[in-house]
Design a protein around this ligand. Structure first.
Ligand code: ZN
Length: 383
């Protein structure tokens, strides 16, 4: 049995792009999606946290439950005048769909909805976990929806995140893991004074330089199966001292570490604090460290699930995709606590840029790949 309502992915992508849902605004985007999903027989649940709209929709009660995760929020347009098409008009020019969210990732949501509408009712459940807070601070979005669902005992067996993972051409890359990320804010407080009378001051800069040197000296690892080596980058150093004859009171810096599963965020934070204590040993001021873990590293081991995704992509492109763990963090870092996660979507080249755009053909290819995935997934995991 096939559902009678066939959804066109292009029309739905356009309807979503026309809602200017720049984080944290929703601008009616979630309503557009909810109406279409209800028309396809989904039970929709809105989960609002703070000012953020989130949606969990499910059709079916049986397992396995295959979930599609994504976000309706988008980043700001930047220089409006630099766009060749209005960023929220969703114009198609020469077979290319323009608009903020065309790649990241309203078209992928539309493609998955269209794929569901074109698929026979599977022996299990299909669900959507859609947030309006992926591009922002990501505190009232997927992380809270996941906590809510877990507390209720909702079971999601596997999840596909529709982020733009293709690198150069459509379907060349699927992401099966991500590195973790931690930021550390380092502040050295000394005592201001005249450069000619250093005994009356406590210069924070040598302490900060020593600390940064210690952090950079460590080789974190040589890589981890399927991952590149972890790396630490100093992202800013700030003293802002305009005077040539003054020892400043404060020196600050920030570092970011992208780490593979050889590390846990808490261990890295403890290491940074220990090095800060060593650098500040004997110093008349103080060294303060504030660490924030943005996400832990994770890996979905290659197996039947990653195979189903890879083969679905190959069915459309004729080529097996690379299973990669490269790139930044995504909401997959929160979903991994519920179930195995794989990410697959469009080519990311214009995401967050002026003239974000996607060839219409590519959105249709993605729809076909998601259709193949739904078929292969339930063939592999149902019953
Ligand atoms: Zn995104």
């Amino acid at each position: 049995m096939t559902d009678t309502t066939l959804i066109d992915p292009i029309a739905l992508a356009q309807a979503l792009i026309r809602r200017p849902s720049v984080t944290p605004a929703d601008a009616g985007a979630m309503d557009v999606l909810q109406r279409v999903l209800e028309g396809l027989g989904f039970s929709c649940r809105r989960l609002k946290f703070g000012e953020i709209e989130n949606l969990y929709a499910r059709r079916g009660t049986a397992r396995p439950n295959l979930c599609f995760a994504g976000h309706t929020d988008v980043v700001p347009v930047g220089d409006d005048a630099a766009w060749s098409q209005g960023p929220f008009e969703a114009e198609i020019a020469d077979g290319v769909l323009y608009g903020r969210g065309a790649v990241d990732m309203k078209s992928a949501i539309a493609a998955f909805v269209a794929a569901v509408s074109a698929s026979p009712t599977p022996p299990g459940s299909i669900s959507f976990l859609i947030t309006g807070d992926e591009e922002g601070v990501a505190e009232d979005g997927t992380v809270k929806v996941v906590q809510t669902l877990a507390a209720e005992g909702e079971i999601i067996d596997h999840c596909v995140v529709g982020e733009p993972t293709s690198a150069a051409v459509f379907g060349d890359m699927v992401k099966i893991g991500r590195r973790g990320s931690i930021n550390a804010w380092l502040t050295v407080e000394g005592k201001q004074g005249h450069v000619a009378y250093p005994q009356r001051a406590a210069n924070p800069i040598p302490v900060l330089v020593d600390l940064l040197g210690r952090l950079q000296a460590r080789v974190l690892d040589d890589g981890f199966t399927g991952f590149q080596p972890s790396n630490l980058e100093v992202t800013t150093v700030d003293v802002g001292n305009a005077a040539t004859n003054v020892i400043p009171a404060t020196a600050k810096a920030r570092v970011n570490i992208r780490f593979n599963p050889a590390h846990r965020g808490a261990d890295l934070a403890a290491w940074i604090e220990a090095e800060a204590a060593k650098a500040g040993d004997g110093f008349a001021g103080q060294v303060r460290v504030l660490c924030k873990i943005s996400g832990e590293a994770f890996l979905t081991e290659p197996g039947p699930f990653t195979e189903a995704v890879a083969q679905a992509v190959a069915e459309v492109t004729g080529q097996a995709p690379e299973l990669s763990t490269s790139g930044g963090t995504s909401d997959a870092r929160f979903i991994r606590s519920l179930c195995p996660v794989v990410e697959f979507g469009l080519v990311g080249a214009t995401m967050h840029a002026v003239d974000e755009r996607v060839p219409v053909r590519e959105v249709r290819d993605l729809t076909r790949a998601y259709e193949a995935l739904i078929r292969r997934y339930f063939a592999a995991f149902a019953g």
